[in-house]
Design a protein around this ligand. Sequence first.
Ligand code: MG
Length: 445
Amino acid sequence: MKRLFGTNGVRGITNESMTSDMALALGKAIGSYFQGNIIIATDTRTSNEMLKNAVLSGLISTGCNVFDAKIAPSPALQYYVKNSDADAGVIITASHNPPEFNGIKVVDADGSELAREKESEIEEIYFNEKFKKAGWNEIGKVFDIDILDFYMEGILSLVEPEKIKEKKLKIVVDCGNGAGCYTMPYLLSQVADVITLNAQPDGNFPGRNPEPSIDNVRDLMKTVKASEADLGIAYDGDADRAIFVDENGNFIYGDKTLALVAGYKVEEKKGIVVTPVSTSSCVEEYVKSKGGEVLYTKVGAPIVARKMIEVSAVFGGEENGGLIFPEHQYCRDGGMASISVVEIIAKKERKISELIKEIPSYGMFKAKVKCAESAKIMEKLKEKISGNKFDYTDGIKAYFEEGWVLIRPSGTEPLIRIYAESSDEEKAKKIAEKYKKIIKEMGRD
Ligand code: MG
C-alpha cells in the first residue's frame, strides 16, 4: 500500500510534488471519509488559495459543508474544531518549511492530528479513487467563519490578563510573516506592551525563513536588546511552535522553555510531564527537582499528545518549541506557549534569563547516517551498544557516565538518526561520531 501522509500530513513543493490536482483528489477523499461539516484554514503561503480552493471543491463535491476560516494558526483551527460540532478540519500549511513548500493536514473532530489508521483509510479512498459523488441538489455549501477571537479568548480565559498586564512587561513578537500575524500581536497586547517584527502576512517570507532557528531570528535577538524588552517570541509558519529570546537578546533553546514551563506546571499541580526520548535530560532533572515525573514516548507531537491523554499528564511537549497544554487542547500551541511564559515571568517577578539559569545545561549533537536496511542494523546494534541503562521506547537509548545516545531509524526516510547528549556539545559530538562510524561499518558488512 502506497503512502500519501507523512509525519506532518501531505507535504511537497508547490506545483511539483504538491499540485492542485492532488489537492482536489485529496479533498474528495477527505470528504468521502468524513461526510459532514469541515472547517478549513491556511497559513500565509503564496499557493494557499490554489490548494484551498481545490480541496474545497473536492470536499463539497462529496456533499460536505465547508466553513472557510481563511488565514489562521493551526492551533486556532484545531481549537475551533474541538469546541464546535465540526466533524473534521483541514489546514493548508507547510509549517516551518521554506516558502516553496506547502501541505495539507487533516484534523479529527476532537482537534487532534488524525490518527495513522484513519489516514490509511483516506489514502485507500484516494489511491482507489472511491470518491462519493453528491447529487446535483446535494452538493455541499461554503460558509465564511471567523475563528480567531474564539481562539484568543480561549487562551486568555486560562490566565488573569489584568494581573499580568500590571507588571508592564515589554515583548517583541516576531510573527515571521506567517499565520501568527493574525493573532499573536493582539493576544499578547492583552498582557503586555508589544513591539512587532515581520507582522505583515506575506508568503514570500521577506523577513526571515519560517523556521524559528537561532540563525533565522537574529533580527529579533537584536531588537529585544535594542528596545530593552523583557522577552522576544518567534513563531514558525503556522504558529504552533514558539521560540523565546531573553532580555539580553540571547536565544533560548526549546528544551529550556519546555523545562521551564514543565517545572512551573508540576510546582502547581505535581503529576506527569510527557516528552519524546530525544528530549534533553535537563527537562527530567528540572521536573524531578520540582516534585514531578517525566514519561518518555516515541518522537512525534501527536504521539506525545495521545500519551498525555492516556496518563492525564499536566503538561507535555517537544524540544523544538512545540508545547502542549492539556487544560487548553491536546496539540502544540504557540499562542498558549507565549501566554504561559509571560505568565511565569509575571508571577515569579524575575527576569527570564534568571529563570532559565536554574535549569541544568547540557550539550546535544544530532547526526544521521544514510542506510537502506535500518531494521537489520538496529538489531545488530543491540549487541554492540554499551551502557548502564537502556530504553527501547523508540530505537535504542543507552545511558552512560558521560551522557546518553539515542539511535533510531527514521519513520519516513532510509536513514538512521543519532542524538547524543553530554555535559557540553563537543563531548556530545564525539559520542555521536563514534556511533556514526559503528553504524557505517555495520552497513558495509
Ligand atoms: Mg508548525
